[in-house]
Design a protein. Structure first.
Length: 163
């Protein structure tokens, strides 16, 4: 028991540990203010049914100054179904959108994204904590709203090589 208490005290009062936490805060703030990050969905909360854990790490929302690209699943009631069944989910690319960010308190950001060139999705509400944890709510015209929990990470540029 003595060793556990000592380990907890060393981790808690270790300046490098505190710096690592602060560095994460700074990176999250930089990603949000520079408008360059990816929201990775880990679980989904449809209005009908229970929470579902997502087993694929491919479900995400990529945000940059140039575009918003969504590749998210959808579970819930749709008021109008897509003609092509492969177009299910919340999949779109928007190059015309409004991006509003607000620092709510010292450790939380609220971000509102309104795509102007997407017919179904009205608003995306993203709440991001300074530790990188995030939640996303998607309001749609033809579907019930849906929420996701996950985290954000840096949107690193793809290195394109000429072959």
């Amino acid at each position: 028991m003595k060793y556990i208490i000592t380990a907890v005290l060393l981790i808690t009062f270790n300046p490098n540990f505190l710096y690592a936490q602060r560095k994460t805060e700074i990176n999250v703030n930089e990603m949000i203010t520079s408008q360059n990050f990816i929201f990775k969905a880990q679980s989904v909360f449809p209005q009908t049914g229970g929470v579902r854990q997502l087993t694929s790490s491919d479900y995400d929302l990529k945000i940059s100054k140039e575009s918003v690209v969504s590749w998210l699943p959808y579970f819930g009631r749709a008021y109008a179904a897509p003609i092509n069944p492969s177009e299910g989910g919340i999949k779109f690319t928007s190059s015309k959108f409004e991006y509003l960010k607000t620092k709510k308190n010292k450790n939380r950001w609220d971000i509102t994204i309104r795509p102007k060139d997407v017919s179904d999705v009205q608003t995306l509400y993203l709440t991001v904590n300074d530790d990188g944890r995030a939640s996303l709510r998607v309001n749609s015209i033809n579907r019930q709203s849906i929420s996701f929990d996950g985290y954000i990470e840096e949107n690193k540029p793809v290195n394109k090589k000429a072959f």
